[in-house]
Design a binder for this molecule. Sequence first.
Ligand code: SME
Length: 151
Amino acid sequence: MRSVVGFGQALDELEALVARSGSAAAQAVVDYLHDRFPHYAWVGLYWVDGPDLVLGEWKGPEATEHTRIRIGTGVCGAAAASGKTEVVADVSQDPRYLACFPYTKSEIVVPIFRDGRVIGEIDIDGTRLGAFGPDDQTFLERVAALLARLR
Ligand code: SME
């Protein structure tokens, strides 16, 4: 998928953004991902709170009703439980999927680790089937490492 910036340049810009944004850095990262990558239709961060994931920073066309998700539930909860990135090419074919938006066709969820434990995750919805590929996964896992430093 064509993007406004390449992934390499984006990582450099995100490093700089995090360095200058202080306590607003996580929201700045979310805004950057949403605004610079047209196929990232809805971008959110969930943070682990005991047995749950709680929605933190997000940007997209509308709010989700899924502001608290039990770890182990949904695609988000699966990624938090396993510590593995989930790439769902067609959400209608995944029985774990918790529907948020009528336009979502695909989803990627990338865990954020600190000290070997999942502390949160990046959740991105796409509006076309198979919107996310291996390059998105590699890129977003690096973004997750940047976000881990903020907590
Ligand atoms: N679809 C997610 C829930 C979060 S919304 O996409 C924002 C899931 O299946 O866990």
